[in-house]
Design a protein around this ligand. Structure first.
Ligand SMILES: [Zn+2]
Length: 1163
């Protein structure tokens, strides 16, 4: 039956190709026209699939041969061709095959004076040109010359024909060789003049589509460098910019403004970044002869030949559907199969035994008192400056176990019991080598004192002068705060700034542990021990003082319509109206002395030389606008995304615009409602110490800066993007900090660990802090072991203690992913808490945790790499003990656990994801990978435990920010050296994950539409723990007591679980991918939405009533002159006209099955 039905259409089409009977042809065309006038794209696709394009083209060849041309046949035929052709991806090829390009061109040429058929020919020409090859051929054969005869200056006559010609020209100019031809023939200037003429004369805005059409021609022609140069030479920038100013007040001119803005941004003369070199301001000499990245100094004079155009090749988009993602999937089953292999001699694993003290601890000797004594001794030896007995009052008061607060059991560095433990060679040797940039004399001199002490005795802390950043200039407000009755007790120092130490002392008296699990004193003590390349001497206030989450989370910022367009126009104004441009450098990390008048009036003061700080240069563009440049990762010339800097001397109620001009990613969550974070010192001291989401008019777009082509060693893109945001600061003359995301420094983590171990209950919580290794920069990388103390010294209990399965957690291998640290903070706080679930969880597992895999990167403000300039999460396959010590030893410890039969049940590496919303896991599955890749491998033969899905499913239910639908279990070739894939493959850990947390928000669940704060991130960390407990109950045999306890505790969670389940069932169909940004981010590419727009525009154009075409007789040609035979034929297929405005199918058509092929099509 179905075949019979389909044949109805095929009979029509084959009759169309073979018949010489004009009436028959007319009737078939009429039937097809009716058919398609009802339908949508899917109907047309059906006709195409049945050979519609070929049949129509063949009919056109025949019709074109008749002399004189018979317009009654040609017109409906051309209309059908235009409608079918634009949706036929292979239409260009079919036109070439039918040798129809010449026919269409000559038809056009012959009808130059007959506007109705000419318009029809132009529509078809436009459709043919949408295929680049066919378009190029048309261009070679003179199509553009022809079109320029039709496109006239402003005139009310024949506008429809002019419009069709402009549409065809725009399509032709998508071919770069056509664009070149057009520029060479002077058409670009012609287009500008035409545009100006229409703009000037179309005062009532009746012909917006013609003006926009001309702009589209200019948009395509300026895709080539020659086009842009000619555009600039023809004063195109001024012409378009001026015309846009006239349009701004009129809402319905948006399409014109948008297109003009895109051209302006694209043609803005390219510049190099205003820095001497894109290589990082910081370099670090690597051990041995290791090279970080290829040297990236530019040769001069390569500006012109730089690679943007590459070969300006026309890419035929016949097979446009990119399968890039799938190409990256690993399809080699042997590579996917887990195989335990060692990347080092087996005897080297022995050293890691010392990192598992829990396995050999002799609890018979366990006497709390002695342990306390021992650890106190350790503490005083190893952390001389840390006030070991200081407990933030709020924390300890709240903590039910505060009586334990002075009983410290931390082991700093190698345990005294483990004297034979050899700290890996490189970590100590490093110290002698860690002289920073040898060439920077000033720096070396400045550091001389510090370096001399820092080698053996860890004495840096004593000699390092570390000061809190000066507080705001205006002293009046602290007087009020601290000395309401004694105005004169604080006097500003001669420099106008207050004596820092007094202020700090005063501040600390006031700071009564407002911030849980944070202590300014601990922070300072830890920060003094940090080794950084710049040799930090300043403490950023937020890290010192602490952060308290605001009481409510903030909704995502609603994107203001046209915000990007406005910003781009403002950027272009620098070029066209440079009157108010200042252009002075006000901050420069490379040459601090070169900054003109730092602290000058009417100018912000910037600073970034503190832990995790990142700002390289600030240029005051206009009075309240600054261009900012971020520093590349150490020993690298790229990876900028993270920023964290201080700004002061602001005015009140003025919006300051900041542009970070050297971003690299092609898109950003800043285009989808994310705001940066801000911390105000005045707010903090007044009792609101918090990072908050701030800024408005935020967008992210490609800018005119680029990188020299030869610099490209390892560069992914040669272009930069701008993140722009405006901020009104809350106070005048405040000190504020701005950051990409909530900062979390290395010292924050170290002091957090100090507080945690002091606040735990040592009777219940087994806690060991050791040093996994020293980093390249000479900072200890801590390793934690957390589990429950054995119930008793009875043999059974001790055995249970030793035999608990391991969970191995790591975080912050990518320094810019501070969200990962906040999640880890939540995990750690939960794990040592007195929560009964935590208690139970500790009895179920031994946790091995490396909370910061890349301390040096975090300290020095990197975004992605370590001091070696390498992405450490691409080194897990073959980590180098010298260059990647933290990875080498984390992997070594994992190998060791495997070698004693104790591979972890779960491995999870915490990350942040800059492009996506939600929190989700990446795991590894052979079968899912092969299925996704469409592999023909017999997956039935491969057995796979689907246990890797259990934990994410649980988290989906218990963690509000977690979304199962965002998870993926595919193994990509490009990820083969990540922690997740290596631990899965080499250690055979089934549940090996990367946990990605958004920087922005969630697309599902209770946090939908809200920007995540630190509270939500920390909650994720604690819910991850709960998930582990449930996983244990589901997957492992448990004792009766554990089950009973769990049943009791987890009932409490049921409500959450139910709620979560409901939420999930509602949302399972949604996708987590961002839709295309409302405004084009990259002006050099044409988005798919362009084509979609083309469809509907051309359809509309074709279907508009022809009656108003002046000077032409209305001539539909189809319904006139029907003969009996044609009517009979028509009746055979359709017994009545389709009802207009109705979705009902014409009666009787079903009998012949003509329409049945469309049954499934939405109409
Ligand atoms: Zn990451």
């Amino acid at each position: 039956m179905a075949e019979q039905e389909a044949s109805g259409l095929q009979v029509l089409l084959s009759t169309l190709q073979s018949s010489c009977d004009k009436d028959v042809i007319l009737n078939i065309l009429s039937v097809l026209t009716d058919l398609l006038s009802l339908g949508t794209g899917r109907r047309i696709q059906y006709v195409i699939s049945k050979g519609g394009s070929e049949a129509l083209l063949q009919a056109l060849s025949a019709a074109a041969r008749t002399e004189p041309p018979d317009h009654s046949t040609l017109l409906p035929l051309l209309r059908l061709l235009a409608r079918v052709g634009q949706r036929d991806r292979k239409f260009g090829l079919k036109v070439q095959k039918a040798e129809a390009t010449d026919i269409i061109l000559s038809l056009t040429r012959r009808n130059l004076d007959h506007h109705l058929p000419l318009t029809h020919c132009l529509w078809v020409l436009r459709v043919c040109a949408s295929n680049v090859t066919t378009g190029t051929m048309l261009g070679i054969n003179g199509a553009m010359e022809l079109l320029f005869k039709v496109i006239t200056p402003y005139s009310k006559r024949h506008v429809r024909t002019v419009r069709a010609a402009i549409g065809a020209l725009a399509a032709l100019l998508k071919s770069k060789s056509n664009s070149r031809r057009a520029v060479n023939r002077g058409y670009l200037g012609g287009l500008l003049r035409l545009y100006q003429d229409w703009h000037r004369n179309d005062v009532s805005n009746n012909y917006i589509y013609i003006r926009r059409g001309l702009l589209l021609c200019l948009k395509y022609i300026t895709n080539i460098q020659l086009g842009r140069e000619t555009f600039l030479g023809s004063k195109g920038m001024e012409i378009l910019f001026t015309s846009v100013q006239d349009c701004l007040s009129c809402k319905n001119l948006d399409p014109i403004i948008t297109t003009a803005t895109q051209i302006l941004r694209k043609c803005y003369p390219k510049e190099h970044l205003p820095v001497a070199t894109v290589s990082s301001s910081y370099s670090f000499p690597l051990p041995g002869n290791a090279k970080a990245e290829p040297p990236c100094e530019e040769s001069e004079g390569d500006y012109e030949s730089d690679g943007e155009e590459e070969a300006e090749k026309d890419l035929d988009n016949e097979d446009g559907e990119s399968k890039e993602e799938d190409y990256d999937l690993e399809t080699d089953v042997n590579k996917l199969r887990s195989k335990p292999v060692l990347d080092r001699p087996e005897e080297d694993l022995g050293q890691y035994e010392a990192m598992c003290p829990e396995l050999s601890h002799n609890f018979q000797e366990l006497e709390l008192e002695s342990e306390e004594e021992k650890s106190l001794k350790d503490r005083t030896e190893s952390l001389p400056s840390a006030p070991s007995h200081f407990i933030p009052s709020a924390t300890s008061a709240k903590h039910p176990n505060c009586r334990w607060r002075n009983q410290s059991v931390t082991e700093m560095g190698p345990d005294p019991d483990e004297q034979d433990f050899k700290v890996p060679l490189q970590s100590w040797r490093k110290k002698e080598e860690c002289r920073w940039d040898q060439n920077d004399e000033k720096r070396v001199i400045a550091e001389a004192t510090q370096d001399t002490d820092s080698c053996e005795e860890e004495d840096a802390a004593r000699s390092r002068v570390l000061a809190l950043r000066p507080l705001p200039k205006d002293a009046a407000w602290y007087k009020k705060l601290f000395y309401p009755h004694c105005e004169a007790s604080i006097n500003p120092s001669p420099g106008g700034r207050l004596e820092s130490s007094d202020i700090v002392r005063n501040l600390l008296e006031k700071h009564q542990g407002d911030v849980l699990f944070h202590s300014p004193r601990f922070y300072t003590a830890r920060a003094k021990c940090v080794k950084s390349i710049p040799g930090y001497r300043d403490l950023a206030f937020p890290d010192f003082w602490g952060h308290q989450p605001p009481p409510h989370s903030k909704p995502m910022l609603e994107r203001k319509q046209g915000v990007q367009r406005d910003k781009v126009l403002d950027d272009v104004r620098r070029l066209i109206q440079p009157g108010d441009v200042i252009g002075r450098t006000v901050f420069d990390l490379d040459e601090p002395s070169s900054c003109s008048s730092p602290g000058a009036p009417d100018c912000l003061t910037f600073f970034s030389k503190f832990e995790s700080g990142n700002l390289r240069k600030a240029i005051q563009v206009r009075e309240f606008e600054y261009d900012l440049i971020m520093n590349a990762d150490v020993n690298s010339n790229q990876h900028h995304q993270w920023f964290y800097f201080e700004v002061r001397d602001m005015k009140l109620a003025v919006p300051y615009r900041f542009n970070i001009i050297n971003c690299e990613k092609f898109n950003s969550q800043f285009n989808y409602g994310m705001q940066p974070v801000m911390y105000s010192v005045k707010e903090a001291v007044q009792g609101r110490p918090r990072w908050i989401r701030a800024g408005h008019d935020i967008c992210y777009y490609k800018n005119h800066y680029h990188c020299r082509a030869t610099t490209g060693g390892g560069m992914r893109g040669k272009f930069y993007y701008t993140l722009t945001f405006s901020i009104k600061f809350p106070h005048k003359d405040d000190v504020c900090y701005l950051a990409y995301h909530y900062p979390y420094t290395y010292s924050t983590m170290m002091s957090h660990l100090d507080i945690l171990e002091q606040n735990r209950n040592p009777k219940k919580v087994y806690w060991r802090q050791q040093t996994l290794c020293q980093t390249l920069g000479g900072n200890p990388c801590p390793l934690l072991t957390i589990t429950a103390m054995p119930e008793s010294k009875k043999r059974n209990d001790l055995e249970q203690f030793c035999n608990r399965p391991y969970v191995f957690l790591t975080a912050r291998v990518h320094p810019g992913e501070s969200n990962a640290s906040w999640v880890m903070k939540g995990t750690l706080e939960f794990l040592v808490s007195s929560d009964p679930i935590a208690d139970l969880l500790r009895k179920c597992f031994i946790f091995k945790i490396v909370p910061m895999l890349n301390p040096d990167g975090v300290i020095n403000g990197n975004y992605r790499c370590s001091l070696s300039g390498h992405d450490l999460n691409r080194q897990w396959m073959t980590p180098n003990s010298q260059l990647h010590p933290t990875i080498y030893h984390a992997k070594g410890l994992l190998y060791y656990l495997c070698s004693i039969g104790r591979a972890p049940l779960v491995f999870c590496d915490y990350h942040g994801h800059s492009q996506k919303k939600n929190v989700f896991l990446y795991g590894c599955s052979i079968k899912e990978t092969l299925w996704q890749a469409g592999c023909m491998v017999d997956t039935a033969v491969i057995t796979e435990d689907v246990g890797y899905r259990t934990l994410p499913k649980i988290l989906d239910k218990v963690a509000p920010a977690f979304v199962m639908n965002s998870c993926s279990f595919l193994v990509e070739k490009s990820r083969e050296s990540t922690a997740r894939v290596v631990v899965w493959k080499e250690m055979g850990v089934l549940r090996s994950y990367t946990m990605e947390s958004t920087y922005c928000s969630c697309s599902h669940g209770p946090y939908k539409g809200l920007q995540l704060g630190t509270q939500e991130l920390e909650e994720m960390g604690s819910k991850f723990c709960l998930g582990l407990l449930i996983l244990h109950l589901k997957s492992l045999p448990c004792s009766k007591e554990v089950m009973a306890q769990a049943a009791l505790l987890l009932d409490l969670e049921e409500e959450i679980t139910d709620r979560a389940q409901r939420r999930c069932s509602n949302s399972s169909l949604e996708s987590d991918d961002e839709p295309p940004c409302v405004e084009e981010i990259d002006y050099n590419t044409d988005t798919i939405s362009d084509c979609e727009e083309d469809f509907s525009e051309l359809d509309q154009e074709i279907q508009e009533p022809l009656s108003w075409v002046e000077g032409e007789r209305e001539d539909e040609g189809v319904t006139t002159g029907q003969t009996c035979s044609s009517r009979a034929l028509r009746g055979l297929y359709i017994s009545s006209q389709p009802a207009s405005n109705s979705t009902a199918l014409p009666l009787g058509s079903a009998a012949l099955g003509l329409y049945n092929g469309f049954k499934s099509s939405p109409v």
